[in-house]
Write a new protein. Structure first.
Length: 665
């Protein structure tokens, strides 16, 4: 088998598949995409030179189906496979199968993946190699009694982690002995479903350290270097929210020490390719090995921004047998870069993942701003995969310049049709503690709320109502054959306001819209006790972007109208509204005895039976969605009078799970 190849199969989806294809095609390679039924029309499929269906929507039937991916490589004539991140990227058996099929695996040797993929074995290896590690338990015995006894020796709080895991899955922070048994059960279930391995390790929970990782690169000629560090301390539920390079508190001496430790980790396992060694850094400058990710990281663009290197191009070159293009002494870090991840999730409802159709997507064209996206207008966000939609990466000559560029990038990146975490991210990077470079892993816990309501709801409703009336008027004129836009403002009744009832989040808002001219509207709302009025003037409109004057203040917005629906983004605030839709009270409201699914997902556990008495806040069931497990808890104390589902059932959003008859007050 030769290492040279001209056709690359990308065994992934979404933004990372698009990012790999972009570089590979620029290098002259023919690219093959694989896709599930849910992704048949996805951007990565359209970008590729060839595409092969590998199965149904669920990951076990498609992106985790190694046999189907290898068959796709044979069918398409691919000579190499790039796994991206997630899915099979850190599966040693898959790497071995790729090599056994006579193909090049664009990643490290299977032996290195295996050594580091088992966190317990990796930690034992690092302890033997003298790398500083967090105190914990990483032995073979996995019964509850052994783990409970180990946790008592380690001391609380303790971190429960999936040995084969990553991305926060199979991970629980446990603060008391009483909470440990349920945490072990949930972590095992989540680890088994995500990685096919429910082995757990325990670690002492470090209190508010920084999470700092070192990007390493190795070739097949014995050269290993590091490319500096990334600070990934801002995390939510152990998943990274913001990543930046360099670390705000890094010194030259500390970088040399951490870099040398990371290189030693890679050398200890005979590493080849791109990898990341993660450390916890205390406020006294001590650092501890956490784990090694044997793949490209989600946050690799910030390293690319400050080094000027293309890490995917380097991966491909190393996989084809080439030596690294630079030595450690050649490394220069230039400026500062910060990245955030845009997710399809609703911060107003505990960050629940959401699904639906993206009615509009537009990225700004700003120097120093990079958008890595795996979506397009019309794309359907399904319940099968991680809800990340795009990454926004900002570079500047200083950290503050990069931060300000990121704020602008978040404001100007438009994703319409479903809730995202954009306003939350905007609030995070605008926070004074983050701006000062002082954020640790406790930042999100200690500060906030972060979502900034930078455009008041009444202003957003006024813009939405005016644009909906404009859209309906233009449609009516087109059907009638009128071509004169000046007729938009004509009213034989003297401009009597028309009623427009907007339904937003199942709440009806009775508005009145008066057409004052071709590009002018007056919108009123509220009731007799509290009324409001805004004047809206449309300055210009180009596709889904528009400039409005609302009263005396300019607004730059993105919007999409579809008959009686409008999706609008002003700043980082969004609004989705429909016209004149019936409204019914939401099942499962606060204080209700009805427990409903807050999102589409699969029931993986039922913790109660009909007739059981439950306390307020007690777990009733566990729903798996977007590869994460979400406990559904009782809002009231009482008796379970009905169970409306079963383990293994696929539920739609709002589906009834259980009914609890509340205790008498």
């Amino acid at each position: 088998m030769t290492d040279r190849f001209d056709t690359l199969l990308v065994a992934n989806r979404g933004e990372i598949a698009c990012r790999i294809i972009r570089t590979a095609q620029a290098l002259g390679l023919r690219c093959v995409a694989v896709h599930s039924d849910a992704d048949a029309g996805a951007p990565h499929v359209r970008m590729a030179d060839d595409a092969v269906r590998i199965g149904a929507g669920p990951v076990k039937d498609s992106y985790l189906n190694a046999e189907a991916i290898l068959a796709a490589a044979r069918q398409s004539g691919a000579q190499a496979i790039h796994p991206g991140y997630g899915f099979l990227s850190e599966n040693a058996d898959f790497a071995r199968a790729v090599a056994a099929a006579g193909l090049v695996f664009v990643g490290p040797p299977a032996s290195a993946i295996g050594a580091m993929g088992d966190k317990a074995a990796a930690k034992r290896l690092m302890i033997a190699a003298g790398v500083p590690c967090v105190p914990g338990y990483q032995d073979a015995a996995q019964d509850d009694a052994t783990l409970i006894a180990a946790a008592d020796r380690i001391g609380y709080p303790v971190m429960v982690k999936a040995s084969a895991g990553g991305g926060g899955r199979g991970m629980r922070l446990v603060e008391t002995p009483q909470a440990l048994p349920e945490a072990l059960t949930r972590a095992r279930d989540e680890a088994r479903n995500a990685f096919g391995d429910d082995t757990l390790i325990l670690e002492r929970a470090m209190i508010d350290p920084r999470h700092v990782e070192i990007q390493i690169f190795a070739d097949g000629h014995g050269n290993v270097i590091h490319l500096g560090e990334r600070d990934c301390s801002v995390q939510r539920r152990h998943q990274k929210v913001v990543e930046e390079a360099p670390c705000p508190v890094m010194t030259d001496d500390l970088r040399r020490a951490m870099g040398a430790a990371a290189v030693a980790v890679a050398q200890a396992v005979g590493y080849v390719g791109a990898g990341t060694v993660e450390f916890l850094l205390t406020d006294t400058g001590q650092f501890y090995f956490l784990e090694m990710n044997t793949r490209l990281q989600v946050e690799h663009p910030v390293t690319e921004a400050v080094t000027g290197l293309d890490l995917v191009a380097m991966q491909i070159a190393v996989a084809q047998g080439e030596a690294l293009p630079l030595t450690q002494d050649d490394l220069r870090l230039n400026g500062h870069a910060i990245e955030v991840r845009l997710y399809a999730e609703d911060p107003a409802h505990d960050f629940l993942p959401v699904t639906g159709r993206i009615t509009g997507f537009a990225a700004p064209d700003l120097p120093g701003l990079r958008i890595d996206a795996g979506i397009a207008t019309g794309f359907e966000v399904s319940p099968y995969y991680d809800p990340m939609l795009a990454k926004v990466i900002a570079w500047g000559p200083t950290r503050e310049a990069a931060r300000q560029k990121l704020v602008a990038g978040l404001t100007q990146t438009a994703i319409l049709g479903l809730p995202t975490n954009a306003a939350f991210l905007h609030g995070v990077v605008a926070h004074p503690v983050f701006a000062a470079g002082e954020a640790t892993t406790g930042f999100l816990r200690d500060h906030g709320p972060f979502a900034q309501d930078d455009v008041a709801l009444t202003r957003r409703m006024a813009m939405a109502a005016a644009l909906l009336v404009r859209d309906q008027t233009l449609r009516a004129m087109a059907l009638a054959g009128f071509e004169d836009d000046d007729l938009i403002g004509f009213a034989s009744d003297g401009g009597v306001p028309r009623p427009v009832d907007l339904v937003i989040d199942e709440h009806r808002h009775a508005l009145r819209v008066r057409i004052d001219g071709p590009a002018d509207w007056t919108v009123e709302g509220g009731d007799d006790a509290s009324t409001w009025r805004h004047r809206v003037h449309l300055r210009d409109c180009d596709g889904m972007r528009a400039r409005l004057m609302v009263d005396d203040r300019a607004e730059h917005i993105a919007f999409a109208c579809d008959g009686g629906r409008i999706d609008l983004q002003a700043g980082t605030c969004t609004l989705s509204a429909t016209v004149d839709r019936p409204w019914e009270g939401a099942a499962g409201a606060a204080g209700s005895g009805r427990v409903v699914a807050p999102m589409p997902g699969v029931v993986v556990a039922l913790d109660v039976a009909p007739g059981d008495r439950v306390a307020q806040g007690q777990t009733i069931a566990v729903l798996e969605a977007m590869k994460m497990q979400h406990p559904l808890r009782a809002a009231v104390a009482g008796q379970v009078s009905e169970l409306a589902t079963r383990v293994g059932a696929q539920l739609a959003s709002g589906a009834l799970v259980a009914v609890i008859t509340p205790d008498e007050p």
